[in-house]
Design a binder for this molecule. Structure first.
Ligand SMILES: [Zn+2]
Length: 461
């Protein structure tokens, strides 16, 4: 009798059934929305070095333990940058009454002198155009305009204006920089993000300006000189660096535990809102995937490890620290969930020749998601340091057409995440992780990138 029961259990738990069990655990017995509510509503903003980030580290460990996992933390030294009061107004052409501009400081921005600064605005639409100003930029506020119209591709084209524009302005002697928000929709909400001042370039005040106010400044500049008044109280915290942590948990492989499939997301967020979309959604997806894998009667052949990275938004120190600490291990694939919770569209893979074909076979149990063909690509910010170790990258590509409506703004809140899509994406990631961890074949390893890996925090000398 016992033998029969055991045989039935083994049969029921046999690996071919695993994808269906994973999907059931996440969709029918799911915790996606409950988890997201805990992180977004009860903890809220989680900028590196903040009390919110520290609370998120504690929450993630407790939440993993509730799932029957044994999480641990790995130390990460993170920069700490603090936003203060911030405002901007139009000085010239002088309005009949005070007229504010909707701005918010970019991460790593310097503060303005006490009382703020007032200076003339010069508008540019590229880094080259900024450099071409030469000495004319000295003493001015450089306004970086762009025409980002659509999601991920548009962001990729324009993001250098935010990350590198203010440093370019600083080199030219400008007193401040304004960057048109990288947004696909705007209700006059500025969108923050990190900016980088390389060694030897002293940070200047740098702020995102709402799309509407960037347009206003553009129209006014066609009439004549424009001056703005800017007050930012932001700057490095005291201390400017603190100890924080990545949170890690795993399901050990039953045959090749030393081979790791990594699932990543980032625990930190910007400070303006709850980071439900960026990256609460990704955190929930990978945690749910691991919970479902842990609940299987039989572990996959290889280890599936979830890493909740710290400091993706303003330094990438969690990603760098993980890659350094685990350089001696065999990662057979790394998947990062960091593009919101839109509908799953396709799987992307960054591997050597044959990787796309293998991935196409491995995605067979995902056809219920209605995915398009597997294509080359993939990767995420936190997992990018692993590329230098030749780790294949896998991405569940999501619909990001609304992602940049809310990204890095005060509107990144729980209500923006569709619970149904969140759970479906989590289930998709769970099945992908199973397939990668169970397959007899592994993805062929790609050539590491030629350029030097990133090893220092962005924006700090
Ligand atoms: Zn993110």
């Amino acid at each position: 009798m016992l033998l029969v029961a055991l045989a039935a259990l083994t049969l029921a738990a046999s690996p071919p059934e695993a994808p269906a069990r994973l999907v059931g655990t996440i969709l029918v017995e799911g915790r996606s929305q409950a988890r997201l509510a805990e992180l977004a509503d009860l903890i809220g903003p989680r900028l590196s070095g903040s009390p919110g980030a520290a609370a998120a580290v504690q929450w993630a460990q407790a939440s993993f333990r509730q799932d029957g996992l044994a999480p641990w933390t790995e130390p990460v030294r993170v920069p700490r940058w603090v936003r203060g009061a911030e405002r901007a107004s139009l000085a010239v052409p002088a309005p009949p009454q005070p007229r504010s501009l909707a701005i918010t400081a970019l991460g790593n921005s310097a503060g303005t002198p006490p009382g703020g600064l007032t200076a003339e605005v010069l508008e540019v639409d590229s880094l080259e155009a900024a450099r071409a100003l030469g000495p004319r930029a000295a003493g001015k506020v450089l306004l970086f305009q762009h025409h980002m119209a659509e999601g991920l591709g548009g962001y990729g084209e324009s993001v250098a204006l935010r990350t590198r524009g203010p440093a370019e302005a600083a080199r030219l002697g400008a007193v401040a920089a304004l960057v048109r928000s990288l947004a696909t929709a705007s209700l006059r909400s500025p969108h923050t993000g990190t900016t980088t001042f390389p060694p030897g370039v002293a940070p200047i005040p740098a702020a995102a300006v709402s799309v509407e106010d960037a347009e206003l400044l553009h129209r006014l500049l066609r009439r004549g000189p424009v001056k703005v008044h800017l007050e930012l109280e932001c700057g490095p915290g005291s201390p400017a660096e603190v100890d924080s942590a990545n949170v890690v948990a795993e399901v050990r492989g039953r045959e090749r535990p030393q081979e790791v499939v990594l699932l990543g997301a980032h625990l930190d967020s910007w400070d303006l809102a709850d980071g439900a979309v960026d990256d609460g959604a990704g955190v929930v997806m990978v945690m749910e995937a691991l919970r479902a894998l842990q609940a299987l009667p039989v572990a996959p052949r290889r280890t599936v490890r979830v890493v909740l990275f710290m400091n993706e938004e303003n330094g990438l120190q969690g990603g760098v620290a993980y890659a350094e600490r685990h350089a001696g291990e065999v990662h057979v694939a790394a998947l990062e969930a960091d593009s919101g919770a839109g509908r799953a569209l396709a799987v992307e893979v960054g591997a050597a020749d044959g990787g796309t074909e293998l991935m196409a076979r491995l995605t067979a149990p995902l056809q219920w998601l209605g995915l398009g063909p597997v294509s080359a690509g993939g990767g995420g910010a936190d997992t990018s340091p692993l590329k230098y170790q030749g780790v294949p990258m896998v991405t569940l590509k999501l619909d990001t057409s609304r992602y940049f409506d809310w990204h890095h703004s005060a509107a990144d809140t729980f209500d923006k995440v569709e619970g149904r899509e969140l759970a479906l994406d989590a289930a998709g990631i769970a099945v992908l992780a199973w397939q990668l961890a169970e397959s007899p074949e592994v993805l062929p390893r790609p050539e590491p990138p030629a350029e030097a890996p990133r090893s220092r925090p962005a924006g700090r000398p």
